[in-house]
Design a protein around this ligand. Sequence first.
Ligand code: ARG
Length: 465
Amino acid sequence: MKLWGGRFEKGTSQDVDEFHSSIHFDYRLYRQDILGSIAHAAMLGKQGIISPGEAQTICKGLEEILKDFEEGKIELSAAHEDIHMNIEALLIEKIGQVGKKLHTGRSRNDQIVLDTRMYTREIIHEVIGLLIGLEEQLLELADKHKDTIMPGYTHLQKAQPVTLGHHLMAYFEMFRRDIQRLEDSLKRVDIMPLGSGALAGTTYPLDRQAVARQLGFSVISRNSMDAVAARDFVVEFLSCASIIMMHLSRFCEELILWSTDEFRFVEMDDSYSSGSSIMPQKKNPDVAELIRGKTGRVYGDLISVLTTMKGLPLAYHSDMQEDKEPLFDGMDTVKSCLSIFTGMLKTLKFCPENMLKQASRGFINATDVADYLVLKGIPFRDAHYIVGRLVLYCIHNDKVLDELTLDEYREFSEVFQQDVYEAISLKNCVERRNLPGGPAPSAVTKAVDEGHAWLQEIKSRYKQA
Ligand code: ARG
């Protein structure tokens, strides 16, 4: 018989059991479910709602079940619907009648939110740990390449020279915000919902604060209906995951582009590439492509939960059981992508000579020629025009700015002198962009130092994965 079978005259059909059951995905909440039940039972005993002896028997039974789970000795059944009822049934089987007292003053509606919050809290710590590992890798590479000159692009057209270190530190900043976002979201995950019951709280004198303390929650939920109906913490996790994936995907897109024969800025390690079944020469950046592809999947997880929730009146509905698969999928995907991406980055070979070669073409020091004229007293808008004409002249004569003779320069403006060559050398162009936040090696060194200090502080709070 079902644990809720009293009101029914016949059982559910097997099809319905299977359709309704969530055990094939919510089994992964077993630890959170058992720890939550232990805290609940202990509190029931302390409050005299059940006897201390009964509480002890229940807690001991649950501890044994947890051990059995961890040793792989548990068989779960779809007939018991979900992880909560499977565990309750196992408990009753193990300790007999007294097991039936566990669910006093509790509903699966507050129980599932508790489990999901505890689980999400753990995964957030893991994802932050993985991001820390990625950030360390980026700092190491940025430091190594603080003087490596490369073209910077806008519209995917060569724009101005930057350093590879600076480019990499741009990603450091994105992942820093991802860590901060996750950390901030923890505040809204770290809320203990038990005591909300099905929707309207309970008549038993539960000690909600004691349960929160035992389970390591900072606060208890403030409204029983909101507590069982809210899934914005799920949406928020998936939003954070989606933004992380977007950042990874942009990075992957650059690496894919950079590994083409047209760019040759990087070479992927063989261990992170694969070949073609027909074209013998091919080495494809599959790992980066897959991460880019899986980004769509995580966005899908987010949209799925948002859509599930959008029409639900208060309070609980079975629709909300549909939050688990996208949530777990988003968690698994973002974790595996972060870990594999960091490995790929570690083994990636950068090709500074090709970057420099490309930086020497495409007039990326044109702005610097204009700035040179401004220093000689020409208004910027006029300088812009003069250099535009110079570039056109170069295009027609198949030259770059650095190759023009002084006489050629002076055809366009009398103020050009010998020092123009020095002023527009790539090295100078980069070194002079040394404002805080700029690409100059000196500025990148400062950014890397600041990054290390910040990461140290984060690492004091989270374990690196
Ligand atoms: N398996 C359910 C879920 O994932 C747990 C809560 C079920 N509550 C209920 N009244 N059916 O949301």
